[in-house]
Design a protein around this ligand. Structure first.
Ligand SMILES: Cc1cc2nc3c(=O)[nH]c(=O)nc-3n(C[C@H](O)[C@H](O)[C@H](O)COP(=O)(O)O)c2cc1C
Length: 344
């Protein structure tokens, strides 16, 4: 199945595994890329050395294109992005930060830069900065989408830019892929769906919870890690996000997060006084990590908090990732053929 996105990325099938911390690890990246899609390695919780080792682990097992994902505003992300450039990774996917230098670096060795965006304004500015493609994330998505639904955001971005668009947020099967292609996208990125596959790093109990939960069992809040994010709705996530953090708690948590991340305390205290919003982000971020680890790595959704998209309600099994990629494309193809055969 050829589209502008598959041609650009050098892949056979228009399905992308997006970066998901602790989940998009080498096993899953290799499975998706070997099936003909594009696997993107998540680097959020990795040190620069771990990022290099993971990139090499992927390379040892596939000759096919793969990507590395970096969230530039997070601690350690710039270092991880530099490792991706040194290792000449075919596709670098970045978000939340200025990526001009990264785009130039990727282009220096003939790689492709994919910018994740959540608005038409960001899409235009990423295209101006030289991005080769956009990963456009709608409101339905797990983790950090914004207000506008995928159904509206994807065609709006397709109209606004001339580069290929990968649609994300709510895609879980062939119906979704066929719809994304009809909206003008050249591929889908499936996070929630691919998190519930055999090669995924997600704990087995949390995969089971994804299968059991419905489309309406998520919540969307900015009281968890400080940014607007979608979470699995559980008593713990509801309690955790009921109200915003007060100043005293923000200060205490920001200092604790700085200690855990090995950051010097003085700038954190200065920030608390001069730029409380930034300190608050650090506080939320620091407080969120142990809760995400509990759900994602230990399978404890009573005690932890899980990022998840509305598409969890469309997930009915935990297949091998390659089988899922092939099934999604085969189903989309027959849906599109069937529609093309029907009288208008
Ligand atoms: C369990 C899970 C963990 C995620 N973790 C991250 C992350 O660490 N960094 C990130 O940028 N996006 C993360 N995402 C968001 C995905 O990259 C992607 O944007 C999103 O899953 C797309 O929407 P969908 O879930 O409806 O497919 C995560 C998604 C899921 C489902």
């Amino acid at each position: 199945m050829k589209t502008a996105a598959t041609k650009l990325l050098g892949i056979e099938l228009p399905v992308v595994l997006p970066g998901m911390s602790w989940i998009s690890k080498p096993d899953l990246v290799v499975a998706v890329s070997e099936a003909g899609g594009l696997g993107i390695l998540a680097t959020g919780p990795l040190s620069a050395d771990e990022t290099r080792a993971s990139i090499r682990a992927v390379r040892a097992r596939t000759q096919r294109p793969f990507g590395v994902g970096v969230t530039l505003m997070m601690p350690g992300a710039v270092e991880n992005a530099k490792v991706a450039l040194e290792e000449r990774v075919p596709v670098v996917n970045y978000q939340l930060g200025r990526g001009d230098w990264l785009i130039q670096g990727v282009h220096g060795y003939g790689g492709k830069a994919v910018t994740t965006v959540t608005s038409v304004r960001h899409a235009r500015s990423a295209e101006r900065a030289g991005a080769d493609a956009l990963l456009v994330t709608g409101h339905e998505a797990a983790a950090h989408g914004e207000d506008v639904s995928t159904m509206v955001l994807v065609p709006a971005v397709v109209r606004a830019v001339d580069i290929p668009v990968i649609a994300a947020g709510g895609f879980a099967d062939g119906h979704g892929l066929a719809a994304a292609l009809a909206l003008g996208a050249g591929a889908v990125a499936m996070g929630t769906r691919l998190a519930a596959t055999q090669e995924s790093g997600l704990h087995e109990l949390t995969k089971k919870a994804i299968v059991e939960k419905g489309v309406d069992e998520t919540l969307y809040t900015n009281h968890f890690d400080g940014m607007w994010a979608r979470l699995m709705k559980t008593p713990r996530s509801v309690a955790e996000t009921r109200r915003p953090m007060g100043f005293a708690e923000t200060a205490w948590r920001a200092i604790r997060a700085a200690r855990a991340l090995g950051m010097p305390l003085r700038p954190v205290v200065d920030r608390l006084i001069q730029n409380p919003d930034q300190a608050r982000l650090l506080a939320y971020f620091g407080a969120s990590i142990p809760l995400v680890e509990k759900a994602t790595l230990q399978g404890d959704i009573e005690g932890g908090v899980q990022f998840i998209g509305q598409a969890q309600g469309l997930v009915e099994d935990v297949p091998r990732a390659g089988e899922l990629v092939r099934r999604t494309v085969a189903d989309a193809r027959s849906i599109l053929e069937e529609l093309a055969g029907q009288p208008a």
